[in-house]
Design a binder for this molecule. Structure first.
Ligand SMILES: Nc1ncnc2c1ncn2[C@@H]1O[C@H](COP(=O)(O)OP(=O)(O)O)[C@@H](O)[C@H]1O
Ligand SMILES: [Mg+2]
Length: 321
């Protein structure tokens, strides 16, 4: 029996109103995540990953705006939720963590008070019960001596511990969906691995779905069940992580893998890194047809036509090759 998806992103299109008209940054993204599944969204900086993440919780702010598409959470359209419903959705059912914990944590309150506040706002907790639960949460995310750390202020914690505290806060109400936007980018390698392990563990034990956003294709094999490769607002390749990595079909996926310092890929050390020439286009310069064509080593005339995402037995990719 297969689960029905927890989250469905359908034909998501996000754009910006600018003086020179509407510029599209997310150009028809589709993605499904099953309960307990970890899906990674991977691409270079500026590809529209964060806008996709924010749209999922209906958090985009002007000038960004969802132009078309649906976000379905257990079948309910997030983009059509009433303000009150949105607050419970974001407070208790879906959480967001990102690269810089200091933007989520308030510097003037202890981490304990901030988590207690979440529990008392969204749950039926007394102050004492909330404090107890908070100590539990801090222990669960691997913060040592939670009984004393609970009263620490964010600045008193290391980067890794702050990240853990933010995760504890995000998990306080037991969300079934966690959106993690580059949650480990600012951390050193050992701590990155620990945090990714933690997220993976929590996902499996709590059957929590995760949308993990990263520019580092090197980490997806460690954590993600499914991987979507995103470029200039479009999905270039998508499927089970093993299939996407092993049978990579899209030149962009190959490019990302070739340019990888490979600190996380065990075994073969690459002799020479080959960065993808050029850079992600600005929104006003995204080409017609294949959006990757002006950086692609396999460019042909045909690439100037619209290219569909096609299924090849075990995964999808968008390329004429
Ligand atoms: N507030 C904004 N105004 C104009 N353009 C923006 C704004 N926020 C993001 N963009 C543009 O949208 C594109 C996608 O951004 P983003 O989703 O943040 O990418 P990523 O998270 O993949 O790095 C980029 O080209 C970025 O410059
Ligand atoms: Mg981003």
């Amino acid at each position: 029996m297969s689960d029905s998806p927890l989250l469905e992103i359908k034909n998501l299109q996000v754009g910006f109103d600018t003086a020179s008209g509407l510029l599209m940054a997310v150009r028809g993204v589709d993605l499904e995540i099953l309960p307990g599944e970890i899906a990674a969204l991977v691409g270079e900086s500026g590809c529209g990953k964060s806008l996709t993440a924010l749209s999922t919780l209906h958090l985009n702010e002007p000038p960004a705006r969802v132009i078309a598409g649906e976000i379905l959470f257990k079948g309910e359209n997030v983009l059509a939720m009433e303000p009150e419903r949105l607050l419970t959705f974001r407070g208790a059912e879906a959480s967001l963590i990102f690269q810089e914990p200091m933007t989520a944590l308030n510097p003037v309150f202890s981490i304990g008070d901030q988590i207690i506040e979440v529990l008392m706002t969204h749950g039926n907790f007394t102050k004492e019960a909330a404090r107890e639960k908070t100590i539990h949460l801090l222990a669960m995310v691997g913060i040592p001596e939670p009984q004393s750390r609970i009263d620490r202020y964010p600045f008193e914690l290391s980067g890794g511990m702050r990240q853990r505290a933010m995760i504890a806060m995000a998990l306080a109400m037991g969300p079934s969906l966690l959106i993690a936007d580059e949650p480990t980018t600012a951390l050193d390698v050992t701590i990155q691995l620990q945090i990714l392990e933690l997220i993976k563990d929590l996902s499996k034990t709590k059957k929590m779905s995760v949308l993990l956003i990263t520019h580092d294709i090197g980490i997806v094999s460690l954590i993600a069940d499914k991987t979507a490769i995103m470029y200039a607002g479009e999905i270039m390749e998508f499927g089970d992580t093993t299939n996407v990595l092993k049978k990579k079909k899209h030149p962009y996926t190959q490019g990302l893998l070739n340019s990888l310092p490979s600190q996380f890929i065990s075994g073969k050390k690459r002799k020479r890194l080959e960065p993808i020439p050029g850079s992600v286009p600005e929104l006003k310069d995204i080409p017609d047809g294949c959006v990757f064509r002006n950086r692609c080593p396999h460019y042909q005339q045909k690439c100037e036509n619209e290219i569909e995402l096609k299924y090849i037995g075990d995964h999808y990719y968008r390329c004429i090759l």
